[in-house]
Design a protein around this ligand. Structure first.
Ligand code: ADP
Length: 477
């Protein structure tokens, strides 16, 4: 099977969140099952710099009047996984992030940037496309590639099937109606039975409406988004398409995230040598300037600092955590308001450290060194960091929602439990779970059992990759 995996970020080339981790791992797992897979990504400045030499170049003309576009055929770093980069300097060759300027404001031409990306991906469905390679399946991800199924529809191309994965429903790619004049889609698409959403053009809705199948990254989130509480207005159309909607829980890239061979951590360990985890804790305490107390439970947070992740709840509970004799290490970036609040609380509390930055290596060390990992998300499509925590024997404390509900089993409910789960999105509920965790931690044999339960889970990409192949196969029948 020939599969095009289109994403707006791919680890390690460019990353703002979990989508990059998925796009940098799932295609490899699919290829490992014997399929011809290519990843497609916009040729952002950072990506071109990281890739250096590249292979063939295919001209795509100037369909959007934004200068000539071309497809650069390259490979993912250190592998033979083919990478197709949509090159259009006017759209992608600029400093700043993939979606935002350096000051955090959205790029004003995101409507065109991601329409062009989707248009180019869909153009590969034509038999005579310049790249000379036609996928059977185009797998689109989030709003940035949400127009792919619409382009396929209006090209009249029904042989190539599309799967649209929602990694986060909150980001919808909504633009004013006049964008339709610029992105080569007919006015007839502007309809409730199309990509219209409350008077706007919505790229996410396009993916949901036109794709042959929709997935989300956990089963619970697939159900939750069909309700007003989690649907962000999309619940109606998701209900209407529920026969074509399913959840597949993400895996993790065990080549990058495994305590046994993680190059970023101080001391490697396995579930049989968990004593060595203490070496990581001592080293992290020293690195972050925390008191070097081996017995103080260490709580880790690695997160975007936004309300979705419940950072406000974390901030409310940190003083109680510290009063319990524990420590907290926070790594994150996000809304200025939360960055400031995290920084201020750390300044007042020697038992708390705050790193307001995006540091891949430190994220590994915090997850490896911590005893507990805090993730009280209000909603969580899948969540990867709790999976990393589990596989590093770091007990997740999570809210029962989305992928968190699907991947963390409360130790109070099951002797094979792997963490601490609470229900209400409140500081009181989080505090209760924290208390239970600290009490459990004091019982060393029970804690070791919990860590081993967590580390025993198989979070590799093979099982989900097999589910995706089964899904693609069913669409091609
Ligand atoms: P989301 O995609 O909603 O942000 P996920 O848990 O699915 O949440 O994925 C987040 C990814 O981003 C993880 O790989 C996590 O380690 C990483 N991450 C988040 N914030 C930081 C940070 N400040 N520094 C390093 N890595 C981070």
């Amino acid at each position: 099977m020939k599969i095009l995996f289109a994403a707006s970020e791919v680890y390690p080339l460019i990353k703002t969140g979990g989508l990059a981790d998925v796009a940098g791992a799932l295609p490899f797992a699919l290829a490992g099952l014997g399929h011809d897979v290519r990843i497609m990504l916009p040729a952002y400045k950072q990506v071109l710099e990281a890739i250096g030499n590249h292979g063939a170049v295919f001209p795509l003309g100037d369909p959007f009047g934004t200068g000539a576009m071309r497809l650069i055929e390259s490979a993912m770093p250190g592998s033979d996984m083919k990478l197709l980069l949509l090159d259009c300097p006017q759209l992608y060759d600029r400093p700043g992030g993939p979606y935002q300027r350096e000051d955090g404001a959205e790029w004003p031409d995101n409507d065109t940037r991601f329409a062009a990306f989707s248009h180019a991906a869909a153009s590969l469905a034509d038999t005579g496309n310049p790249a000379g390679w036609q996928p059977d399946i185009i797998h689109a991800n989030d709003w940035q590639s949400g127009l792919i199924p619409a382009y396929l529809e209006f090209q009249g191309n029904h042989a190539v099937k599309s799967v649209f994965t929602i990694h986060n429903l909150q980001y919808q790619g909504r633009f004013s109606r006049d964008v339709l004049d610029r992105i080569r889609l007919p006015q007839s698409a502007f309809s409730p039975e199309g990509l219209e959403f409350y008077g706007d053009v919505c790229y996410l809705k396009s993916g949901i409406f036109y794709a042959d199948h929709i997935t989300t990254v956990s089963r619970t989130y697939a159900n939750e988004i069909q309700t007003p509480e989690f649907g962000y207005g999309m619940e109606g159309i998701l209900q209407a398409r529920s026969e074509r909607l399913s959840g597949i829980v993400n895996g993790i890239d065990t080549a990058i995230w495994s305590p046994q061979n993680d190059p970023f951590i101080t001391r490697n360990y396995t579930s049989r040598s968990l004593g060595r985890k203490a070496v990581n804790k001592a080293a992290l305490q020293a690195e972050l300037g925390l008191p070097e107390l081996a017995g103080a439970p260490l709580f880790g947070v690695v997160s975007r600092l936004v309300e979705q992740k419940g950072i406000d709840l974390v901030l409310e509970v940190i003083p109680d955590i510290i009063a319990m004799g524990a420590q907290v290490a926070v790594l994150g970036t996000g809304d200025a308001r939360w960055e400031k609040a995290v920084r201020q609380l750390a300044e007042q509390n020697p038992a708390m450290s705050a790193t307001i930055a995006y540091f891949e290596d430190l994220s590994h060390r915090i997850i490896a060194a911590s005893d507990m990992f805090l993730m009280p998300s209000r909603f969580e499509p899948c969540g990867l960091t709790q999976l990393y925590a589990l596989s590093y024997g770091t007990a997740p404390i999570v809210r029962r929602t989305g992928g968190l509900a699907d991947t963390v089993l409360d130790i109070a409910q099951d002797k094979n439990g792997t963490g601490f789960v609470f229900d209400a999105p409140s500081a009181a509920a989080l505090r209760g779970a924290v208390r239970r965790a600290v009490a459990h931690y004091k019982d060393a044999p029970a804690w070791l059992k919990l860590q081993r339960n967590a580390m025993k889970q198989d979070f590799s990409w093979q099982p989900p990759a097999r589910e995706y192949i089964k899904l693609y196969t069913s669409l091609l029948k």
